[in-house]
Design a protein around this ligand. Structure first.
Ligand code: DGY
Length: 296
């Protein structure tokens, strides 16, 4: 058991796992060959309290016949809600406006002061159209957007519900007023948002990322924001996490940074916690009657 709020230090983790049958971990815990070796042959399951499992060496687990538990579905609504909150905070400049209100910048109502682009009539592009991308699309649609575009490896039949249209990555970038990244971090999506990608976006585009910081070349993003290559960015995820206080992202007025709280609704976190524990029990008992979300 690790009861502190900060992640378990690596050397404590390596010491503590020896001989365990299951590991309940978070996205802050790297589960790699070294850790699996330290656990030894008794290890049967690694369950993470997250839908993303890019911190787990899946191939190495498969080789050793270790099951992997994760928590899809139960955090979809929470993450889609946070994505909308971040999208609106960024486009309508809520943190900046609150700062002005609290520090005397609110002199009077003025026609163009604190203005930002609205969603009604806009084109929204969603990169990664899995459960969360689709849930974001449903919410975005209710804002009377003109078009929803998505980029995904495969065509998603669920797109019919929102009328989202599959495009190439490049077309999505050049047509969208809002670009939202909901893609899992895999080799194909690593730094997919690079200098070339930001240059393809509209100068007025708002970029939002609630998936993983690794999908973005962060230096390229900083440059795009500093040079107004794009209008603004809202980030719930960064590289590294926590983002160092001296990061240029914190100094930019056109960037909103949140501390990776996408799934942080009370309901989602409680359910994620139970599901992770049940995934361990299901893997150890080999039952299929328990709620289990297991891969490998
Ligand atoms: C996940 O589950 O992967 C989120 O990033 C944190 O809840």
């Amino acid at each position: 058991m690790w009861s502190k709020a900060s992640p378990v230090p690596r050397n404590e983790f390596l010491k503590g796992v020896t001989g365990v049958n299951g590991i309940f971990c978070a996205l802050t815990d790297k589960i790699d060959k070294e850790l699996l070796d330290a656990a030894g042959e008794s290890l049967k399951v690694v369950a993470t309290i997250s839908v993303g499992y890019d911190h787990i060496d899946v191939a190495e687990c498969k080789k050793r016949n270790i099951r992997i538990g994760y928590t899809p579905d139960v955090l979809t609504n929470a993450t889609a809600e946070l994505t909308m909150a971040l999208l609106l905070s960024t486009s309508r400049r809520l943190p900046e406006a609150q700062h002005e209100a609290k520090t005397g910048g609110w002199v009077a109502w003025a026609p163009t002061w604190m203005t930002g682009p609205g969603l009604a009539g806009a084109t929204v592009g969603i990169v990664g159209f899995g459960r969360i991308g689709q849930a974001v699309a449903r919410r975005v649609k209710s804002f009377n957007t003109a078009h929803i575009l998505y980029y995904n490896r495969s065509e998603r039949p669920e797109a019919i519900e929102t009328g989202a249209i599959k495009t190439s990555f490049e077309e999505l970038l050049s047509r969208s007023d809002f670009v939202i990244c909901c893609a899992a971090l895999v080799p194909d999506t690593k730094e997919i948002f690079n200098k070339a990608a930001f240059e393809k976006m509209k100068k007025t585009a708002v970029f939002v990322n609630t998936s993983r910081g690794g999908t973005v070349d962060q230096n390229a993003l900083i440059e795009a924001l500093q040079t107004n290559t794009i209008r603004a960015a809202g980030l719930d995820v960064t590289t590294p996490e926590p983002l160092p206080l001296d990061s240029p992202l914190f100094k930019l007025k056109n960037c909103v940074v949140l501390p990776h709280i996408g799934s942080a609704s009370i309901e989602a976190r409680n359910t994620m916690s139970e599901l992770t524990a049940n995934n361990i029990l299901a893997a150890l008992k080999g039952t299929i009657n328990m709620p289990a979300e297991l891969i490998a």
